[in-house]
Design a protein around this ligand. Structure first.
Ligand code: AMP
Length: 394
């Protein structure tokens, strides 16, 4: 009888899910990819099969599906129908924070869940929902193995000296340190390098995960040595709705001079800044690229500028650069953003092949370019599924 694995990524008002089938031989295959959006509002479940064909499109009235537990009941029902006769052998979860302790995925027990709950203050917008999904699965399938895969884990190999902030040492001991995020995406890219780009697999590589959230990761010998993200996922590059690193004095100014409350500042920093705030138009790069408004151009130019600056910084951490890899929604799809970033990085030795970039080739640079540039699609769900399977087989 065939076996399946479920992968969950629970956000504040959404639940993304993927089902992987375990083949007799070879790589895990995604058989269903879907999401429930609008939890707490007007919920909507949409699911497609592995070839992109629509499997389900269900809308509920507001108030009918309000939380992750109810969303999971609906997903469970869908999977029972779709995979009748097959056995669900485990669930892998994206969990944003594993603290300083977890450098690898974890088979979750009730005790382990308590330790992960201790990281809620470090990621209050994500961690509670990630853990709620684990509890909700236990309600439906009390004995089903569950695995937590952390977005911070890949960064635990960062240079120790880079993990500090220049605050009194006791703050470091209390957990205020650079963690880094998007780790599952970076780990996936690192694991694909030997097969898709063997000439750079053991080199000094900066991977640019440019999506709604955006960060850069410095990788050497396929291990993380530095990240643009720090204590929270607010740090580093400018993103869709987050500003990236700002002078901490701005937060003091907003509190003391403008009288904003902590909740208002949180809303400003997580939801109203970044591409959206600067352009006043959208957090969606496609809309900004299509717009003729001067502030759309400004937002794009600042996005590129910040990436270029941070690329220089991480090149210094690596002691040089062999390759730049683009991934995630913007990195994989935006010809114009890749072109601008590579042109800014000409000083590093990136010699962009404009035609290769236009056609979305895997390798973007000309033969002989001192530093090569690449586009590699990420797959965080597959990374979680692989980890889950590995832990279940132990
Ligand atoms: P992600 O969070 O990885 O799904 O990425 C979302 C971001 O990718 C959004 O800003 C989208 O506008 C952007 N994106 C997706 N497709 C394209 C495209 N063809 N051109 C430019 N940006 C894109």
């Amino acid at each position: 009888m065939a076996n399946i694995l479920l992968v969950l990524n629970a956000g504040s008002s959404s639940l993304k899910f993927s089902v992987f089938q375990l083949p007799e031989q070879g790589e895990l295959q995604a058989a269903v990819v879907g999401q429930v959006e609008g939890l707490g509002g007007t919920p909507h479940l949409k699911a497609k099969d592995g070839d992109g064909r629509l499997l389900a499109d269900i809308r509920w009235d507001s108030g009918q599906v309000t939380n992750h537990a109810q969303a999971l009941m609906a997903v469970d029902q869908l999977l029972r129908e779709r995979f009748a006769g097959q056995t669900l052998i485990g669930v892998g979860h994206r969990v944003v924070h594993g603290g300083a302790e977890h450098s690898a995925p974890l088979r979750v027990t009730p005790e382990a869940l308590d330790t992960l709950a201790a990281f809620i203050p470090l990621a209050p917008l994500h961690q509670p929902h990630n853990l709620a999904a684990i509890r909700a699965i236990w309600e439906i399938h009390p004995t089903l193995p569950q695995v937590a895969c952390f977005d911070t884990a890949f960064h635990r190999t960062q240079q120790p000296v880079g993990e500090y902030y220049g605050l009194p040492y006791e703050y470091y001991q209390r957990g205020i340190r650079r963690y880094g995020f998007h780790g599952l995406s970076y780990e996936y890219i690192a694991t694909t390098l030997p097969s898709v780009a063997p000439e750079i697999a053991d080199g000094r590589v900066v991977v640019a995960h440019l999506g709604s959230g955006a960060s850069l990761c410095a990788i050497h010998h396929r291990r993380c040595v530095g990240s643009s993200m720090g204590f929270t996922a607010l740090d580093g590059l400018m993103m869709g709705t987050r500003p990236g690193n700002i002078d901490p004095g701005i937060v003091l100014y907003l509190l003391q001079q403008e009288g904003l409350t902590p909740a208002q500042i949180e809303d400003l920093l997580y939801k109203r800044s970044g591409l959206l705030g600067l352009s006043g138009i959208s957090n969606d790069m496609r809309q900004l690229e299509a717009s003729a408004a001067p502030r759309a151009r400004l937002a794009i130019d600042h996005f590129v500028y910040r990436i270029s600056r941070e690329l220089g910084a991480l090149t210094a951490v690596l002691g040089g650069l062999d390759a730049l890899v683009f991934t995630a929604g913007i990195g994989e799809n935006s010809v114009a953003i890749r072109r601008q970033i590579c042109q800014h990085a000409a000083w590093l030795g990136i010699d962009l092949d404009l035609e290769a970039n236009e056609r979305g080739a895997t390798r973007l640079t000309r033969t002989g370019s001192r530093v090569s540039a690449w586009v590699l699609p990420t797959n965080e769900e597959l990374m979680i599924a692989r980890h889950t399977l590995n832990l279940l087989e132990i």
